[in-house]
Design a protein around this ligand. Structure first.
Ligand code: CMX
Length: 441
């Protein structure tokens, strides 16, 4: 018997072939302001969003309110004796568009400490999951459990005036950012450290306290967390986690619902999950070759094998960037300063020397250079944080800073519900045949 699944496969193959031909011939044809290729291929190059907190230049990389990562490393306040920026300062900059001073940053640290209480039912919700559950799934479920605390949802239910939306979103934003390190550390210690949980330290900054609750007391690891939480925070508005948070928030779903949705997007291997995939891929390569420090020739062969198996090389490529990601470079600098002889870190650098020319030679990959995820795992492994399935949770805690600051702006500016128009391939074909007006109403 031909099943519905078999029939779907036949249909899908037919339509995929039709679309391929259609784009070959008419890809550059415009429907409205954009081309057919753009609507079929991930909306690349379409400017369709406002995001105030940061801006991505294809050649330069990310700027947060005009400041590059090296500029932030110079200008943002640091922890005592530290040299990496405090993420509290970046949040201040993204929210207000102004560089903070030391007092501004201390104010945010204290504010987040005050708001950091996590109700017991959130831990119970995590505990209800099998221990094998992926940390990102546990993270999203914990955020959803925290939604009981939403001021926005409560006040909306009581009939809030739309002029007051921004304030409830601001309060939820601050509460949620304050609570995430506790939730994330709980998931980590539950899954990997025998449920041996660590109490927060109220004397530490947000990232330092997070490192402490994870169980890492080395001061250079705390510095790494400050850098990590800063550079992963935002990447303008169109990436999957930022766009999803913004989209879901546009329905006036509260910040907990919106951020949880964004985190489901971050959990995809082409987005944030790539940070776990990179280390998994390197460890598998080392295992297969039986060496700790593969030669560039060995890496070359392994990359080609990965491509031949129809897989992506994780940590390489980007939808917008067209050069080495400055977030990769910032981590490389950290590695050179703190662990230049670490074989895993050296392997990351050898991969950096090897992969781009191979990807470039394929002729179809628009950006052969490394992205943020190509480097982060090796630094974490150096300090003993080897449980790579947890890495995307770290990314997610950081990403809260940018996407939630943006959400405050969305509501303060009264942005409407997002609702782009879509078309069907049937309609496109009939339009190409001159039978249909695609922009009817
Ligand atoms: N390895 C192998 N193939 C790759 C590739 C890579 N690293 N990067 C792109 N390609 C392929 C694409 O899959 C696509 O192939 P098809 O035409 O067969 O579908 C082709 O090259 C063209 O893709 P592109 O236009 O250059 O890239 P996209 O904008 O479509 O995708 C990205 C961007 C990041 C999803 C892609 O480069 C990728 O899959 N990279 C590996 C995963 C990764 O590192 N993701 C993390 C990104 C950063 C983040 O969000 O955290």
């Amino acid at each position: 018997m031909v099943t519905i699944k078999d029939r779907f496969k036949v249909k899908a193959d037919t339509v995929a072939a039709e679309i391929k031909d259609l784009l070959k011939e008419h890809g550059n044809k415009k429907i409205g302001e954009v081309t057919l290729s753009q609507i079929y291929q991930g909306m690349r190059g379409i400017t369709g969003l406002v995001s105030e907190t940061s801006l991505l230049d294809a050649k330069e990389g990310i700027r947060f309110r005009g400041y590059s990562i090296p500029e932030l490393q110079k200008s943002l306040p640091k922890a005592p004796n530290g040299s990496e920026p405090l993420p509290e300062g970046l949040f201040h900059l993204m929210l207000l568009g102004e560089l903070p001073n030391e007092d501004d940053v201390h104010h945010i640290t204290a504010n987040w400490q005050r708001r950091s209480h996590v109700p017991n039912h959130v831990f119970a919700a995590i505990e209800a999951l099998p221990i094998s559950t992926h940390p990102m799934t546990q993270f999203v479920i914990a955020i959803m459990a925290l939604q009981t605390e939403s001021q926005f949802a409560k006040q909306y239910g009581e009939g809030m005036n739309k002029k007051d939306y921004w304030e409830a979103v601001f309060d939820d934003t601050m509460d949620l950012i304050a609570r995430l390190p506790r939730v994330a550390a709980y998931i980590y210690r539950r899954k990997y450290k025998n449920e041996d949980h660590i109490h927060p330290n109220g004397l530490l900054d947000w990232a330092g306290n997070f490192a402490h609750m994870l169980g890492y007391e080395d001061e250079t690891f705390h510095e790494l967390m400050r850098l990590y939480m800063t550079i992963h925070a935002d990447h303008e508005g169109g990436n999957v986690s930022a766009h999803t948070t913004h989209l879901v928030g546009s329905a006036l779903s509260d910040p907990y619902l919106s951020f949880a949705a964004g985190m489901n997007g971050l959990a995809g291997p082409l987005h944030g999950l790539a940070n776990q995939e990179v280390i998994k891929w390197i460890l598998e390569m080392r295992h297969e070759l039986g060496v700790e420090l593969p030669s560039k020739e060995q890496i070359d062969a392994y990359v080609r094998k990965t491509l031949n198996e129809g897989k992506v090389v994780p940590g390489y490529g980007h939808a917008v960037l067209r050069k080495t990601d400055p977030r990769f470079t910032a981590q490389m600098e950290f590695g050179k300063k703190h662990m230049p002889d670490d074989p895993l870190v050296q392997t990351v650098w050898n991969i950096y020397d090897t992969v781009p020319p191979i990807l470039q030679s394929l002729g179809k990959i628009k950006n052969p250079w490394p992205n943020v995820d190509a480097h982060s795992g090796a630094l974490l492994v150096h300090y003993g944080l080897v449980e790579y399935e947890f890495y995307t949770v770290l990314f997610g805690v950081s990403r809260s800073l940018g996407v939630l600051a943006s959400l405050c702006w969305d509501r303060a500016l009264g942005f409407p519900i997002e609702r782009p128009k879509s078309v069907t391939t049937e309609l496109v074909k009939s339009w190409l045949d001159g039978k249909d007006e695609i922009w009817g109403d």
